[in-house]
Design a protein. Structure first.
Length: 213
């Protein structure tokens, strides 16, 4: 009887936490939309808020936030950062230094605070080095902004472990290639797609997979 009551209260508490994360996530989405708007002008309301609300709630729903209180604020910040960059790249084909480089420093700071600074720095540097090699060897395949973004997303994936890093690194080009095939099938001809959104999505998928496994 007592065990049932405890489990019920824990379940209720988790649902309240998820509900709060939806509201907070929507706020992060609003902030992401306004941030992107600083670089690209007006961004249509709704999409950023929904994406962040669902994403943050899914992150909290893994149960990690119940045992690590820092998960929710970190999730809010990371979703805000990723959505801001993805929207800016989609709308203006640019990844501002004001977002990419401070993001890497913030993620490295989280790594230092949790005793995983080396994993964050190594993950970021390795992925950035790979993108730099592509940038120098195949001009036009990726942009300089992608190289800088690789520092941040590589650091985030590195914090989640080697498997998450490999998944994030491999999934990003696959997503861009898939999106390109879909666009070509619909439009027959189109300019090269920005790669930043795929990098952000791939990293978010890798982090989520690392939390649920």
């Amino acid at each position: 009887m007592i065990g049932t009551v405890i489990r019920s209260r824990m379940l209720l508490g988790m649902w309240w936490l998820i509900a709060a994360s939806v509201v907070a996530g929507a706020g992060a989405g609003w902030a992401a939309r306004r941030t992107a708007g600083l670089f690209v002008g007006t961004v249509r309301p709704g999409w950023c808020e929904v994406v962040c609300a669902v994403g943050v709630a899914a992150t909290v729903g893994t149960g990690s936030a119940a045992t690590a209180p820092w998960v929710l604020p970190c999730a809010l910040a990371f979703w805000w950062w990723c959505v801001s960059l993805a929207v800016t790249d989609l709308c203006a084909r640019r990844l501002p230094n004001l977002l990419t480089l401070p993001g890497f420093l913030a993620i490295a700071g989280v790594g230092a605070a949790t005793g995983s600074a080396a994993a964050a720095v190594i993950g970021g540097v390795l992925l950035a080095a790979a993108y730099l090699a592509v940038y120098l060897g195949a001009p036009g395949a990726v942009g300089a902004g992608d190289v800088k973004l690789a520092l941040g997303v590589g650091a985030a994936a590195g914090l989640a472990g080697g498997e998450a890093w490999v998944l994030a690194a491999g999934l990003a080009p696959a997503l861009t290639a898939l999106a390109g095939c879909i666009v070509l099938a619909v439009r027959r001809s189109a300019p090269p797609l920005p790669h930043g959104p795929a990098m952000c999505v791939a990293t978010l998928v890798a982090l989520f997979a690392a939390h649920v496994t």
